[in-house]
Design a protein around this ligand. Structure first.
Ligand SMILES: [Zn+2]
Length: 246
């Protein structure tokens, strides 16, 4: 791609199971297995049934990041109520400026993108001075809306840690379908610690971007989903409270 191109170089599909607005409404049980999900991509993020931890998929392996900050390989039979996946192709590769915090790196990444109107998978690999994560914790039925459930979040800060930040930059027009802006999860090199990223500072890292043009949306065939309220009036506020927390 030339430096001033405003188009992705290739068509590329992102797969998504269910909707962010369904998760916000407390639809925490899905009918898609990790096994099926991995058939749609070797890279991604999401959560597990009953909101039992954050999910990250790296190099075709799906990991479960729990409230105690630990990571384990997810079983193929586990289920997910919300996940986004793709086959990651690093089409744009840059060095991340050292000392950059999340907000500034987000601006830097935006400057690398051909257009804000497409979807992007993002992978940032290297060493971080610190990484602050939160992790949703397992819920019990009857499920509360996510703005209440995330009040139970466990937060962890890892310092001087190597690993990978993986996720997606989603256009604002997908608000409710997904999380607008950057939504990224972290897992360390040993694949033993991680969570949903709140903030970080780059030590020495490489940014890889995979532009996407096509969205394959899979809606759950469940009664819970069919009855969910998917267009709440305070959608913006709910997204901010549950995903950004700042
Ligand atoms: Zn997340």
């Amino acid at each position: 791609m030339s430096a001033n191109s405003t188009l992705p170089i290739e068509r590329h599909t992102i797969f998504q199971n269910s909707l962010m607005s369904a998760l916000l409404d407390g639809i925490y049980d899905g009918e898609m297995t990790v096994s099926e999900l991995l058939g749609h991509g070797n890279f991604g993020l999401g959560t597990f049934d009953a909101l039992d931890g954050e999910m990250v998929i790296i190099d075709g392996t799906c990991y479960q990041l729990r409230g105690d900050g630990t990571a384990t390989v997810a079983d193929l039979t586990q289920r997910s109520p919300f996940a986004v996946a793709t086959n990651f192709v690093p089409r744009i590769v840059r060095t991340a400026p050292a000392g950059t915090v999340r907000a500034d790196l987000s601006t830097f990444i935006d400057s690398l993108l051909p257009s804000k109107n497409y979807m992007y998978a993002l992978r940032i690999t290297g060493r971080f001075d610190f990484v602050k994560v939160r992790t949703v914790t397992k819920q019990q039925r009857p499920y509360r809306p996510m703005v209440d459930a995330t009040g139970d979040d466990a937060e962890h800060t890892f310092t001087d840690i190597t690993g990978v930040i993986a996720g997606f930059r989603t256009p604002v027009y997908e608000k409710g379908i997904s999380v607008p802006g950057c939504h990224v999860h972290f897992i360390d090199d040993d694949r033993t610690r991680g969570g949903h990223i709140l903030d970080f500072t780059v030590g020495e890292a490489t940014i890889e971007v995979c532009p996407a043009t096509d969205l394959k949306l899979r809606l759950p065939l469940t009664h819970d989903f069919s009855r969910a309220e998917l267009s709440p009036e305070d959608l913006d506020q709910q997204l901010h409270t549950t995903e950004v927390k700042q």
